[in-house]
Design a binder for this molecule. Structure first.
Ligand SMILES: *Cc1c(COP(=O)(O)O)cnc(C)c1O
Length: 459
């Protein structure tokens, strides 16, 4: 069957306010062509991020009502801890308000300015938290992971040879090794079981702990089931358990694969680290049985974890992303392939070769998608990465537009609508013009910069 059947019915709805193209042209002009500055009421299909944007189930909403708000020893904490340990059998489970809080606590424990932290690719908050301790965050993804068109099935893998050499060269300076599953910054590309196991062996040889940045662990596990020999018939739960059996700890943003709108945790086996982590937790997040969360949030996470490993859900999840990717490719839209789990990345430089990198082809595409169809996407290119510390500008490695798919939020007809908008944008692509920045802050400029469209060049 070509139709994707969402494995759920809809019990509660949120209206989308329809807008006309003319209204959208006015809205985007009003916010100086910065999509982050739009009111979400003025967006029809919001593909800005998959973080914290999941739809919760009826059972999770019931759990919200059941949440026990006792300051200490709440049964909601015990359900949270028990569900996590069932999948990720670490000794200590420490709740935090989101992923970056777990990262901050972990790195403030183990890291300082003499340290280096290797990963396949650090996510930007992870990198920032490593660097905030004075340490260096080093990316060691395999070469295929940096090639937008390589067909490698596990482009998120860490380069094991380079990791081994890195640990030899930096002996005494590496407190832990991280692996991000799936590799978010690399396009949501999965990491194979063989690779995690290989990293474990190397870490054992050097006596260094291995941590997973596990935000999209369930999507990663399903990719293993689909793509890695020997796992075709394994249950996702068993794959997840095996993945974590090779690790000594994890950081988690529950805003991704725990199907909730806020939450996270830090987990580990080491008693001494856990003791210190809980002391920092009390200082900045809260008592160890709630961290930075309410009892009801802990309940929702526990239920979300049971739902996210459901194979009907995961099949639908990866099929939906693939469906969007396949349809865009058949129109002629160049993508990073294979498409990852949570997002489709459009290669805007290739789609709009007449717009130079520093006239921001990604922004031109993102604005066109908004004007044509009310779709909000995210430029990941020279606007996000082009500004140098000295204020000068250099083109980024790639000019991408990310279409992140919120979990359980949009139906196939919403996605068909996105595809139709792309058809129209594709028809008019040669007329799209670049942008200039008219105002920018010194750092993280993509959030608040102002833009103006450049005048079309008359040939
Ligand atoms: C989102 C994310 C984080 C940070 O989590 P927050 O909940 O946003 O703080 C860390 N690592 C990865 C891979 C992520 O996707």
């Amino acid at each position: 069957m070509k139709t994707i059947i969402e494995p759920f019915r809809i019990k509660s709805v949120e209206p989308i306010r329809m807008t006309t193209r003319k209204e959208r042209q006015a809205y985007i002009k009003e916010v100086h062509y910065n999509l982050f500055a739009l009111d979400s009421d003025h967006v029809l299909i919001d593909l800005l991020t998959d973080s914290g944007t999941s739809a919760m189930s009826a059972s999770q909403w019931a759990g919200i009502m059941r949440g026990d708000e006792s300051y200490a020893g709440s049964p909601s904490y015990h359900r949270f801890e028990h569900t996590i340990k069932d999948l990720m059998p670490f000794k200590h489970i420490i709740p935090t308000h989101q992923g970056r809080a777990a990262e901050r606590i972990l790195f403030s424990l183990v890291s300082d300015d003499s340290k280096l932290i290797p990963s396949n690719t650090h996510f930007d908050t992870t990198r920032a938290n490593v660097e905030a301790t004075g340490a260096q965050a080093v990316d060691l993804v395999i070469a295929e992971g940096l090639d937008p068109e390589s067909g490698h099935p596990f482009k998120g893998n860490i380069d094991l040879e380079r990791l081994d050499q890195f640990l030899i060269d930096n002996k005494g300076h590496v407190p832990l090794v991280m692996i991000t599953v799936t590799n978010n910054s690399g396009g949501g590309q999965p990491v194979s079981m063989k690779n995690i196991k290989g990293a474990r062996k190397i870490c054992d040889r050097h006596d260094i702990p291995l941590f997973l940045d596990a935000c999209r662990f369930a999507e990663n596990a399903y990719f293993i089931k689909l793509r890695e020999a020997g796992y075709e018939n394994a249950s996702v739960k068993d794959i997840v358990r095996e993945m974590f059996s090779y690790a000594d700890g994890m950081t988690m943003s529950a805003k991704k694969d725990a199907l909730v709108n806020i939450g996270g945790w830090l987990a580990m086996n080491d008693d001494a680290w856990a003791l210190k982590a809980r002391n920092i937790l009390i200082l900045t997040e809260g008592f160890p049985t709630y961290g930075g969360l309410a009892g009801r949030d802990l309940e929702a996470v526990a239920l979300g974890l049971e739902e996210v490993i459901d194979e009907d859900y995961l099949q639908y999840r990866l099929a939906s992303t693939q469906y969007l990717g396949d349809a865009l490719q058949s129109i002629g839209i160049p993508l990073i392939t294979p498409v990852g789990g949570h997002a489709v990345y459009v290669n805007a430089a290739k789609l709009l070769p007449h717009i130079p990198a520093l006239s921001y082809p990604g922004q031109a595409l993102a604005v066109a998608l908004y004007e044509v169809g009310g779709i909000r996407s995210c430029e990941i290119g020279s606007i996000m990465f082009g500004r140098q510390p000295d204020g000068s500008e250099m083109p980024a490695k790639m000019e991408l537009v990310r279409l992140a798919i919120p979990r359980r939020v949009y139906t196939q007809s919403h996605i068909d609508y996105v595809i139709e908008c792309f058809e129209e944008v594709y028809q008019g692509k040669d007329e799209l013009v670049g942008f200039e920045i008219t105002k920018e802050p010194p750092a993280l400029r993509h959030f608040t910069a102002h833009f103006a469209p450049l005048k079309p060049v008359i040939a």
